[in-house]
Write a protein that binds this ligand. Structure first.
Ligand SMILES: Cc1ncc(COP(=O)(O)O)c(C=O)c1O
Length: 403
């Protein structure tokens, strides 16, 4: 019950045990095409270029940024938690001139702040996190998309922690590249990064397309559609080459991670079968019950609740416990009840626990059992908690939601 990775859906684990096939086996290429179609639903997009980057969610981020950014490009990053800092750091490594808008942890960025910075800096790329698990905040993106489109900036969004559990609309919000991971609301293991690219982003990246020498049909020559733009600094994360691999040319690049392909396919199939709006509503319902439940135990909750992600809550560690006592509570939860809850980073370290209700764990029994266990562990640690306060409050939340 941490902020991800979470317990993998057993149906995804089963899919991963399927036999492997060669990378140009018709079953493999059919499955790749099926995954592309499924993730168009997940990202709410018509983008042809929707596929997987092999690696954890960070691989998707690196692929997007290194393929878009050339040294000296101006990049604007709204920072409202740890993962905004990560985007700024990766953009810096790509040689960008990085500018940030920082707000205190627990808040989100106002569209006016983004518009002012875009007008002043004229960035090529705006890179933004949707749900930052470090603070639990969910950044509204529709205005940011409109601002970027109006002023000619490309919008990249990291939706790793939020997609599947919070509304996400690539096309409606005019997002140029979005990336994700499986290990949060999609209920899978870490190790695959779904990505979608708008035609505008594809044009920019294909303007830097260079085929590897060993794949060119004229030895020593260039491929027929080699572009004049600067070569992308990473081979593995060169999205122009990865698109050639996933597209009808099937130009060889990496060896697709077959078990992760099966996992990604099953995650998306489960989500689409449930209905994406229904899955978001499920995360909202169980997230609200967990929030109400921890409040029913008399615990404080961090951040602007109007902008909290549905799938994770930052729970104040009672002052009497301190950071050491907070870790001891996490240890007891794990040892006595087999329930993992999360620690926190940076300025929140030692101040909050992060409790997730996402993917396979966005379930009533998981919420109620976690609250019951937390009550026992807190009482044993000397914290005065109302008997049954967490479970009762959560049940009331469910009753209010008609669940
Ligand atoms: C918002 C966000 N972005 C990126 C990441 C990095 O993901 P990974 O560890 O899969 O590379 C995480 C992981 O928690 C995250 O929450």
């Amino acid at each position: 019950m941490g902020p991800g990775p979470i317990s993998v859906d057993p149906r995804v684990l089963r899919a991963m045990a399927a036999p492997l096939v060669g990378q140009f086996d018709p079953f493999m290429t059919t499955t790749m095409n099926e995954v592309m179609a499924l993730y168009r639903h997940v990202f709410a997009t018509d983008n042809e270029q929707t596929f997987l980057v092999d690696g954890t969610a960070r691989a998707g981020i690196e692929a997007a940024l290194v393929s878009l950014i050339e040294p000296g490009d101006r990049v604007l990053v709204p920072v409202f938690g740890r993962f905004g800092h990560l985007l700024a750091e990766i953009a810096g490594r790509c040689g960008a001139e990085v500018h940030t808008i920082e707000v205190p942890w627990g808040e989100v960025v106002a569209p006016e702040q983004v518009e002012e910075a875009v007008l002043r800096l004229r960035p090529k790329v705006v890179a933004c996190v949707q749900g930052d698990t470090s603070t639990t905040m969910c950044q509204p993106l529709d205005d940011i998309g409109r601002i970027c489109a109006e002023h000619g900036a490309l919008l990249y969004v990291d939706a790793t922690a939020s997609i599947g559990g919070n509304e996400f609309r690539t096309d409606d919000w005019q997002i140029d590249i979005a990336t994700a991971g499986l290990q949060k609301c999609l209920g899978g293991p870490s190790g695959s990064a779904p990505i979608t690219l708008s035609p505008r982003a594809v044009d920019v990246i294909n303007g830097r397309r260079h085929v590897e020498a060993g794949l060119r049909e004229i030895p020593g020559g260039e491929d027929s559609d080699t572009a004049s733009g600067r070569v992308i600094a990473s081979n593995y994360f060169d999205l122009a080459m990865v698109m050639d691999y996933w597209g009808p040319r099937r130009l060889n690049h990496h060896t697709e991670a077959t078990s992760m392909l099966y996992a990604a396919r099953e995650c998306a199939r489960l989500l689409v079968a449930e209905g994406i709006d229904d899955a978001v509503a499920r995360h909202a319902r169980h997230g609200a019950a967990m929030l109400t439940g921890v409040q029913g135990l008399g615990l404080g909750v961090f951040g602007d609740l109007a902008h909290k992600m549905h799938n994770v809550v930052a729970v104040g560690i009672p002052a009497q416990l301190g950071a050491v006592g907070g870790d001891a509570v996490r240890g007891r939860m794990l040892e006595d009840f087999g329930i993992e809850i999360g620690t926190s980073f940076g300025p929140l370290h030692g101040k909050v626990w992060r409790i997730g209700t996402m993917g396979f764990n966005a379930r009533r029994d998981a919420v109620l059992t976690t609250l019951a266990a937390l009550e026992q562990v807190l009482r044993a640690a000397g914290v005065a908690v109302p008997p049954g306060g967490g479970v009762t409050a959560a049940l009331q939340s469910y009753a209010g939601a008609g669940a």
